[in-house]
Design a binder for this molecule. Structure first.
Ligand code: ADP
Ligand code: MG
Length: 256
């Protein structure tokens, strides 16, 4: 029986007068792969950043794995805005990979992947090291454990960043244009890792991407964003093959 693992209910986010998420509703099932497409500035990154608690929303509710992320039970039993500690705990179920890889430059690939499990989860170094080696092997970097970011290609750095996010054992992985900073010939190796994670692990994935070919092949569902809301959504065959909305059609013919 499918169940939602992420649920946005009437979520609004503003920057001053600019409404960036406009009363948005989205429910993602455990194991589902959702591709998010749409024009620049339509709120795609803000959606992921709100889920990662990098942005605070102004209105609405976000629930992760049956626990409110933005709220917590108050003394009266009613939901009140969540404090930082509560948000950190619930956010622990989510991993995120960004366009810029943001690795620690003074640490090897292995140290980068071990860092959070040791520092945040208090895992002992031997165990964290073993797990980091497994994860680097998983992303195809079995021979690069001791390399520093400056000694790795962009595609390899991005794969370290994926391994680093996985080290926290997230239930949900967020990918925000993870291949946009890469030369075209390096995109394939990163997408290949994401494809493998999707196939072999029952991870829930939300991915903002400009690569329509990958979205079509990989996603269970594609959401087209426009002005802070989901303007149209459907299976890849529906959305790419037979878009109903004029704006979706215009966007797709411009990017293809
Ligand atoms: P997308 O990822 O779809 O390109 P974003 O979610 O990054 O869009 O941004 C949506 C809108 O919010 C844009 O108009 C952007 O300029 C604005 N925005 C994003 N972050 C901030 C911020 N920290 N302060 C003010 N405006 C912002
Ligand atoms: Mg963005």
């Amino acid at each position: 029986m499918p169940r939602p693992i992420v649920r946005f209910t009437d979520v609004t986010k503003r920057y001053g007068n600019l409404t960036v998420l406009d009363n948005l509703n989205l429910s993602v099932e455990a194991g589902e792969k959702v591709a998010i497409i749409g024009p620049s500035g339509s709120g795609k990154s803000t959606l992921l950043r709100a889920l990662m608690t990098l942005e605070q929303i102004d209105d609405g509710l976000i629930v992760v794995d049956d626990e409110p992320l933005t709220h917590m039970p108050g003394r009266s039993g009613r939901l009140v805005p969540a404090n930082a500690r509560h948000q950190r705990r619930v956010r622990g179920k989510i991993g995120m990979v960004f366009q810029s890889f943001n690795l620690f430059p003074h640490m090897s690939a292995l140290q980068n992947v071990m860092e959070a499990p040791v520092q945040v989860l208090g895992m002992n170094k031997r165990e964290a090291g073993e797990r980091a080696r497994e994860l680097l092997d998983l992303v195809g970097l079995g021979d690069k454990h001791q390399h520093y970011p400056s000694q790795l290609s962009g595609g390899q750095q991005q794969r370290v960043a994926i391994a680093r996010a996985l080290a926290m054992r997230p239930k949900v992985m967020l990918f925000d244009e993870v291949t946009s900073a890469l030369d075209p010939e390096l995109c394939g190796e990163v997408l290949g890792v994401i494809r493998k994670l999707g196939a072999e692990h029952n991870l829930t994935m939300l991915m903002v991407t400009h690569q329509m070919g990958f979205a079509r092949e990989f996603a269970d569902r594609v959401c087209f964003f426009h002005k802070g809301n989901i303007h149209e959504q459907g299976t890849p065959a529906e959305l790419f093959g037979n878009p109903r909305e004029e704006r979706t059609q215009a966007f797709l013919s411009a990017v293809n």
